[in-house]
Design a protein around this ligand. Structure first.
Ligand SMILES: N[C@@H](CCC(=O)N[C@@H](CS)C(=O)NCC(=O)O)C(=O)O
Length: 210
């Protein structure tokens, strides 16, 4: 398998974590978002949406990290990233979607480029924009982790949510968001960063890192 990604991309980071948790071996191909490589003809042939990640498998190309993570769960059931009961599975997916659908897309590169280019936002306003969406999202997630977590975001082992949460906290720091009001999430992060699957997925450890 070849993962086309970018070291700092939150969506690629969550995919690397899931691949590592499942013990899948993969190669990486860097798509430098800073130079617009995601809009190159070669990359658009893989993903017409021009976004990372894209995962090349023997059967073809998979895109959209939530779909890739669900595919991994179905193709490599062990260790499970979702609980057994349908109600619990829905709750775990909802917690992941809280980040994947309602926080992460608002600080995407193309959104920030639009704010900078056509709405006159400087870095301080960009940071404020990111905080506007991340802080309430992380507050809501905290309440859910406090209800359901036992060391990890859900229960006592890594699940889908942790694949989303750790990259989101990494991203929050890049926007200078103060994370001290989120001790519950920071405790999960401390545990995750010591886990080999998460450690190997960290942006600083990727072949295309600066
Ligand atoms: N929903 C997509 C989002 C992917 C996404 O946001 N990718 C960003 C990097 S984190 C990207 O490629 N941005 C390129 C751009 O904005 O031009 C997924 O989860 O795969």
């Amino acid at each position: 398998m070849i993962l086309h990604g970018y070291f700092r991309s939150g969506a690629a980071y969550r995919t690397r974590i899931a691949l590592n948790l499942k013990g899948v071996t993969y190669e990486q191909s860097g798509v430098d978002l800073r130079t617009g490589a995601q809009r190159s003809e070669a990359f658009l042939a893989l993903n017409p949406q021009g976004m990372v990640p894209a995962l090349e498998t023997d059967q073809g190309v998979l895109t959209q990290s939530p779909a890739i993570l669900e595919w991994l769960e179905e193709t490599y059931p062990e260790p499970p990233l979702l609980p057994k009961e349908p109600d619990d599975r829905a709750r775990v997916r909802a917690m992941a979607a809280l980040i994947g659908c309602d926080i992460h897309p608002l600080s995407n590169l193309r959104v920030l480029t639009e704010l900078r280019t056509n709405w006159g936002a400087d870095q301080a306003r960009i940071d404020g924009w990111a905080a506007r969406w991340m802080v309430p999202g992380l507050q809501a997630l905290t309440a859910l982790v406090e209800s359901h977590g036992r060391g990890w975001s859900w229960g006592a082992a890594p699940t889908l949510i942790d694949c989303y949460l750790i990259p989101q906290l990494y991203s929050a720091r890049r926007f200078n968001i103060d994370l001290t009001p989120f001790p519950t999430l920071l405790a999960v992060e401390a545990q995750a960063l010591a886990h080999p699957a998460f450690e190997a997925a960290h942006p600083d450890r990727q072949p295309d890192a600066d």
